[in-house]
Write a protein that binds this ligand. Structure first.
Ligand code: PBG
Length: 340
């Protein structure tokens, strides 16, 4: 038996990286990154009605809730320790218009759900999406001109009204997901002007024009409105990364408290660059299509659901995320608790 393998590093055998990997205690001791329940934001879909728990076909395990069935979900978030619930509306088609003005209706679905949740569970963080796509008859995130082009500045006015109504309902975090230019500054100005100085803004700063949003558009029902159109004239080109840094810089100057990269897994490089460049609270959105991929493979027995879920979430932490929006939030929280 030879004592000197012929391909060794100069450090071997003094350095044996496998020593630390040998036992669970030392693997835990040297672990650099970990996932905690404090990292999780749970996105949920809410619609009008009662006793609603309507499955979303392309997102196994995800349902559209009415307020009454959402309340127990909020309670279980609190109980599990999930810090924030993110609300996405399913709007009745009869309320959709070219301008999406229902988005700024103070008596609309989202403001009512926000105030009910904050009244019942004041310590649970509530976040709302600021964008017009669930409300527009054409499914775009803003107002379109006669050529179908999404008009920036007028859309920003509508978004500012939407964000104000959400703040007035008591939301903790508004999250503009529309990618219009200047919307963070405009929303921040309106919030300050109206005395909502504590409302945090989580900016979807680097949001790419991604095919991974497909199942979400089924869930909120905007897929049918959007048809064959795309969002390339405002969401970012998947080939770009310097541009993501400029978007983040602008949103921070305009008053964002937190920034986001979206989608998640295919954009971990962007996440790392953003975190290194700005050192601010940075979030990733593991979007509907990423969730659907894992669910589909697990349902076929091709992947281990829980292991892949946890590995994918840990990947975000390693890439620099301070937190993750994920449809897996309750599952992950339960597993984290069981592992304690
Ligand atoms: C709305 C919005 C979208 C998502 C979050 N907010 C869809 C889109 O931009 O078309 C996608 C989330 C997901 O896929 O899970 N602007």
């Amino acid at each position: 038996m030879t004592t000197t393998p012929h391909l060794v590093s100069a450090d071997y055998p003094y350095a044996r990286p496998r020593r630390n990997r040998r036992d669970d205690f030392s693997r835990r001791l040297v672990r650099e990154h970990s996932l905690s329940v404090d990292d999780l934001i749970y996105p949920v879909f809410v619609a009008e009605g009662q006793k609603l728990q309507q499955p979303v076909g392309s997102m196994p395990g995800v349902v559209r809730h009415s307020l009454d069935t959402l309340l127990p979900v909020a309670e279980s978030c609190l109980e599990l320790g999930i810090p924030v619930l993110a609300l996405f509306p399913v709007i009745d088609p009869s309320l959709k218009t070219p301008e999406g003005t229902e988005a700024a209706n103070p008596d609309g679905l989202i403001p009512r759900v926000v105030s009910a949740l904050k009244a019942r569970y004041p310590e649970l963080g509530i976040m709302t999406d600021v964008a017009l796509d669930p409300y527009t008859s054409h499914g775009q995130d803003g107002y379109i001109d006669e050529n179908g082009y999404v008009v920036n500045d007028y859309t920003v006015e509508l978004l500012s009204r939407q964000a104000l109504v959400q703040a007035q309902a008591g939301v903790d975090i508004v999250a503009p997901s529309d990618m219009m230019d200047g919307r963070i500054g405009a929303i921040r100005a309106v919030l300050e002007d109206q005395g909502h100085v504590h409302t945090r803004i989580m900016a979807y700063s680097a949001k790419y024009a991604s095919a991974f949003y497909g199942p979400f558009r089924d869930a909120v029902g905007s897929a049918a409105n959007l048809g064959k159109s795309n969002k390339l004239v405002y969401q970012m080109d998947p080939g770009n990364i310097d541009e993501a840094l400029r978007e983040v810089a602008a949103d921070l100057r305009e008053g964002a408290d937190m920034v986001m990269v979206k989608p998640g897994m295919p954009y971990l490089d962007v996440l790392r660059r953003v975190k290194d460049a700005f050192r601010v609270p940075t979030y990733a959105y593991q979007v509907s299509g990423e969730y659907a991929m894992i669910k589909a493979a697990a349902a076929n027995g091709w992947l281990d659901h829980d292991k892949v879920m946890m590995e994918s979430l840990l990947g975000f932490k390693r890439a620099g995320a301070d937190g993750i929006l994920t449809y897996f939030a309750p599952d992950a929280a339960r597993l984290l608790r069981a592992q304690r």
